[in-house]
Every structure is written in structure tokens, then in C-alpha cells.
Design a protein around this ligand. Sequence first.
Ligand SMILES: [Fe+2]
Length: 319
Amino acid sequence: MNITRASHVALTVSDLDRSIGFYERVVGLVLTEREGSTAYLRGLEEACHHSLVLVASGDEPRCLRLGFRVFEDEDLHALHERLATAGHDPRWVDVAHQGPTLHVDDDAGVRLEFCATMDTVPRRLTHFSTYAGGSGQRLDHFQLQSPDVASGRDFYCALGFRISEYIARQGEPPEGVFLQRKGNPHDLVLFTGPGPRLHHTAFTTPDVHTLVRACDVAGELGLGRNVERGPGRHGPGHALFVYLRDPDGHRVELFTTHYQVMDSENEPVRWEPGDPRIAIPWGLPAQSSWHEEATVFAGVPARTPASYAPMTLERFLAS
Ligand SMILES: [Fe+2]
């Protein structure tokens, strides 16, 4: 099936101009084009037509689908057969600026979109004089909140995803899993929480100075409160990060990319739940909004897991 990477995401927004401005000026993405009520954006190094699709809508902000690439169109047919054999309902769809495209819902109802090709556009990587905000380079991964991480892990591993790191007590179901296809620690992260919901979409940024610049630009534009968490250092993956909320509350992460993990002998790294280095090796825990707020998927009700009591900044300070 040869899924190659996390590729693109489609989100609804309430004010398209406002959202385009946020992603161009604060995150530093490039507007490829705007067609009616839809805007297509991409990172500075991306030659694909879009990695972020914004669709104007008067309804509650939501995620329409998560996009992944496969290597060739032949792989789409193999994926279709595999999914149909497993009892899922894959469907061929026409999507603007993409080649043959397959839709399927994962076992939690998350709409997935697979394609092998997309319209191409010039990379802007060396257009240094046009860099803005956080200089978002490329889409790297998605993180989902999931009421049943083990079930989600099994679904994606059956499609060929590999586990790079995970959070679990020895011999118990995981509380979080980091799944990858492209050879760095994650294309898709599943974390226990009310879901399925999209917790964040992550774009790479060149360096820590650029993370700070995104925060400075947000502050200058009166969006300082949209800087939700960080800058800080991740435990799993070890990257430096900052989390921003866009004007509709969709969360976007800018981070300084990852280490390489692609050899078959690489054993998944296990993190012990409760180890404070998981969430934040230094500094303070994330505020409650980071744990509790996320983007719903269109038409998919979220379910709260039986036990969900993350260590929030508020609880940490109260203790
Ligand atoms: Fe992330």
C-alpha cells in the first residue's frame, strides 16, 4: 500500500480572510490560491498544491478530513482492496487539485483521504525575503485525541504504520502512540482523550528563533493569547515547539523537526505514564485548554474515555 506521509488537512473556518491572514502572517504559510469559499495553503518548502485547505462555513469549526500520500496510484488500488477486505467502506472521490483520491473512515469515524499526486507549484524555500512569522516549512504530522488508543493503533498498524514511541505501563494498553511512515517519529499521534478529535496539525520551522518570531508576530497583531503553550521541549520526539490557536480555535504546532527512525530493528521507545519528562522536560504543564479543547470531525460525536484526568497547569498549581 506504501503510504508515504501525512500530507494535508481540511478545516472549516468562520472568516476566510481572517484565517488566511493568520496562517500567512503568524504561521508563515504560503497562499497557493483561493477559489470561492476555499483557500489552499502550503509550507515554504512544499511543492504540492496544498497542505492546508480552509473552507468557509457558518457552522461550528470542524475538521473535514486528514490527508495522507501513497507512493503511486497503484498503491491506492492496493489500499482500496485491503480496506474493503477488512470490512471498511473505501470510496473513490474527485478532489480539486489532486489525482485519484480515496476516502475511508477509520475505526473511530475519522475521515481519511489518500492520494498519490497533487498539482505542483514552485517551492518557496529559497525565497528568504518573503519569509513571515514562523516560516512554516512543511506539514509533518497530526495528533488526535482518542477514547481508545489501542484500537486506533491496531487500525493504523494494519495499514503499515510503525510505532516509534509509546506511553504505557509495562504490559498495559497504551495511553499514547506515535505512528510513522516517513521515517521520522510521527505522521500520526494518538493520545487518550475525548475524541476522536483533531488535537493539532504540526508544521516544521527552521529553528528556535523562528518559533519565537511566530510568538512575537502574534503578539504584535494582538493575538498573544493565541499562543497557547510554549515555547518548550517535547519528551517524545525531543523537538522544540510552540502551540498556537488559529482564529477559530484550531490548534497548530510549530516545531523544530525530529530525529530519523526508519530501520526495521529500531525498537519503539516506551515512556512510563506519570514520568514528568513526557509532557515537558522543563517548565510547567500545559494549561487545561491544551488538554480539553480540540477540533471535532464533521458528523462524528466525541466520546470521553472512562478515566481522563491529565495534569493541567491549573491542577499542578493547585497542588
Ligand atoms: Fe505534535
